[in-house]
Design a protein around this ligand. Structure first.
Ligand SMILES: Nc1nc2c(ncn2[C@@H]2O[C@H](COP(=O)(O)OP(=O)(O)OP(=O)(O)O)[C@@H](O)[C@H]2O)c(=O)[nH]1
Ligand SMILES: [Mg+2]
Length: 255
């Protein structure tokens, strides 16, 4: 165990007890089952917390050191989206993670495995980013997160010269290039995320009688409203929604 303690000290790692997952995590996740979640995963120092801060407005710690983030944080995108999308910032990965310590990353790994979409955040200005990405992919594969759809985000593009950027774009044509310091890049990523979720959605007309107005609040949170038309008996709304949420709402309206 001594080597592990020394190794932790070298990286300024917290001890294992500080890294353990709060017991309420599973329950929180169960509650979020029907919600759209984006998990930020990647090597330590890639810029996950910077992205989290920029996309959700939450004041998470951003620091130029290894293992700045020691726990998972979950917040909705800000400004609000319809439907609501939750983003989670996770603990960073490193090379040669002792198997013993993998257990301490449980909240990160669980979060990743249960997300609707994974963003693999990479520091594209780090010459060793390819092997860092490999480490992240390998660890996530070990916990069965390979089925979760993902988007590769090559961050810190502001540190790349035009030729370097062009070469990386040719190497990773499907990746999203970004700097967390560029408002335009962040807006484009937001649109890409919403576009991804909407590609899975269906449009449908829902009839809401005046006696079932309570359901409208839930519809407004979970779905995007495309149009609303009132008549004498109630309201007809055209919504864009995930099939799962549509089923839940239709059941409530049928009661
Ligand atoms: N130049 C530049 N620096 C960035 C960018 N995004 C983040 N950084 C810097 O990269 C460093 C690490 O950022 P964090 O957001 O803390 O990285 P992290 O992935 O959360 O790191 P861990 O919590 O250790 O896993 C900080 O010094 C940030 O200011 C960017 O787009 N460009
Ligand atoms: Mg962080």
């Amino acid at each position: 165990m001594l080597w592990l303690v020394r190794w932790q000290e070298r990286l300024s790692l917290p001890n294992r007890s500080e890294l353990t997952v709060p017991g309420c995590f599973k329950r929180q996740r169960a509650r979020r089952e029907h919600e759209l979640t984006v998990a930020l995963v990647g090597y330590t120092n890639a810029g996950k917390s910077s992205l989290m801060r920029a996309m959700t407005g939450i004041d998470v710690l951003v620091a130029d050191k290894l293992f700045a983030t020691l726990d998972t944080t979950i917040r909705p995108l800000y400004p609000d989206t319809r439907p609501k999308v939750l983003m989670s910032d996770t603990v960073g990965f490193i090379k040669k993670l002792p198997h013993d310590l993998v257990a301490s990353f449980k909240s990160t790994l669980d979060e990743a495995a249960s997300a609707s979409l994974l963003l693999y955040v990479v520091d594209a200005s780090d010459p060793s980013f390819r092997s860092q990405l490999e480490v992240t992919r390998k660890v996530l594969a070990e916990v069965g997160a390979t089925d979760v759809p993902s988007l590769l985000v090559l961050n810190k593009r502001d540190r790349l010269g035009p030729e370097e950027l062009a070469a990386l774009k040719a190497e990773y044509p499907d990746a999203f290039f970004l700097s967390t310091r560029s408002k335009d890049d962040l807006q484009a990523l937001r649109e890409r995320i919403m576009g991804y979720f909407e590609s899975d959605m269906v449009d449908e007309d829902l009839r809401i009688p005046f006696t079932a107005q309570g359901v409208m609040a839930e519809i407004r949170t979970k779905m995007r409203i495309l149009s609303e038309a009132y008549d004498a008996e109630g309201l007809t709304v055209r919504v864009r929604s995930t099939p799962e949420n549509l089923t839940v709402i239709k059941k409530k309206l049928a009661r």
